[in-house]
Design a protein. Structure first.
Ligand code: NAI
Ligand code: OAA
Length: 302
């Protein structure tokens, strides 16, 4: 039913008329630091606010010496969260604990749910029009948590809340071209569903590439459990950070370009969909076209 649908997400407006402000929450972490570096290098970022409970003054001072235009500021501790987020256009959230071997993403829920809720509550107060990009796991649950906080404040706008599932398509392109050849940057693979194990559904049949059944089974499993591969390889020292920083920076860049008026930008994301909700599936990862048209609509690709 949802296969290869593109949700067109309109932006009612940007949060401010100043150079875009991007806030990273969890900026001193394994994802947060390389993500902040990539955002500092992005010419579309005007202001970069780095927030964490620890170490952000150092990360901020370090990045601020890079001669790109983004003005960097570090904010540390709960009493600085609101000032860090104030009037942000985009809030990227890689805050929270990562998995260790033997854990599922759901095992992170108990801790990360509260962290994400607190961040969303601050955003409601000081950056109600920000686009919120949720990286913290389990994404399948943390995105609805953010949405519920905005619903409670009666300012829920599904066009502004995104679960970042970009790493799934990044991995899918890599794994497919590893066995079939070709340029991974030019081999898109749609991945729909969610961001956890079997909820990650790669649409290999839509790549136009011929696969044997064995290849489909092996690739599907590797794409669904790519996160576990990294968790195991890191042996207790966390999960994917560098590839996730790349994926998060790519999604943020796409959103910034769309906010600046570029059209036809499509990224996958785990989002609320009215059409899905009618079928009992409120949140679903699918391709999302980012743009200025008002209202949320669906283009169904058969
Ligand atoms: N969506 C996706 O595809 C992916 C999601 N992740 C998730 O991203 C999250 C972060 O992963 P890592 O960066 O590796 O973890 P990490 O432990 O290296 O960094 C997390 C950072 O969050 C900070 N933090 C904790 N509570 C906070 C709060 N209340 N406010 C602000 N900052 C807070 C910590 O101080 C730390 O610096 C994890 O939940 C992980 O599962 C990881 C990879 C891919
Ligand atoms: O596997 C994890 O826990 C981190 C993650 O979401 C991923 O790498 O896709």
């Amino acid at each position: 039913m949802f296969a290869n649908r593109v949700i067109i997400r309109g932006f009612a407006s940007s949060a401010s008329s100043l150079a875009p402000k991007v806030a990273v929450v969890g900026a001193a972490g394994g994802i947060g630091q390389p993500l902040s570096l990539l955002l500092k290098l992005n010419p579309h970022v005007g202001r970069l606010a780095l927030y964490d409970l620890v170490n952000t003054p150092g990360v901020g001072a370090d990045l601020s010496h890079i001669n790109t235009q983004a003005v960097v500021k570090g904010y540390k501790g709960a009493d600085q969260l609101e000032v860090a987020l104030k009037d942000a256009d985009i809030i990227v959230v890689p805050a929270g604990v990562p998995r260790k071997p033997g854990m599922t993403r759901d095992d992170l829920f108990k801790i990360n749910a509260g962290i994400v809720k607190g961040i969303a509550e601050a955003a409601v107060k000081v950056a109600p029009k920000a686009h919120i990009l949720v990286i913290s796991n389990p994404v399948n649950s943390t995105v609805p948590i953010v949405a519920e906080v905005f619903k409670k404040a009666k300012i829920f706008d599904p066009r502004r809340i995104y679960g970042v599932t970009t790493l799934d398509v990044v991995r899918a392109s890599t794994f497919v071209t590893t066995i079939k050849g070709g340029n991974p940057t030019k081999t898109p693979v749609h991945v729909i569903g969610g961001h956890s194990g079997v909820t990650i559904i790669p649409l290999l049949s839509q790549t136009g590439i011929n696969f044997t059944k064995e290849e489909v089974d092996a690739l599907t499993h590797r794409i669904q459990f790519g996160g576990d591969e990294v968790v195991e390889a890191k042996g207790g020292l966390g999960s994917a950070t560098l590839s996730m920083a790349h994926a998060g920076a790519r999604f943020t860049d796409s959103l910034l370009r769309a906010l600046a008026g570029a059209e036809g930008i499509v990224e996958p994301s785990y989002v609320y969909s009215e059409v899905g909700a009618k079928h009992g599936v409120e949140y679903f990862a699918t391709n999302v076209e980012l743009g200025y048209s008002i209202g949320v609509s669906l283009r169904v690709c058969t």
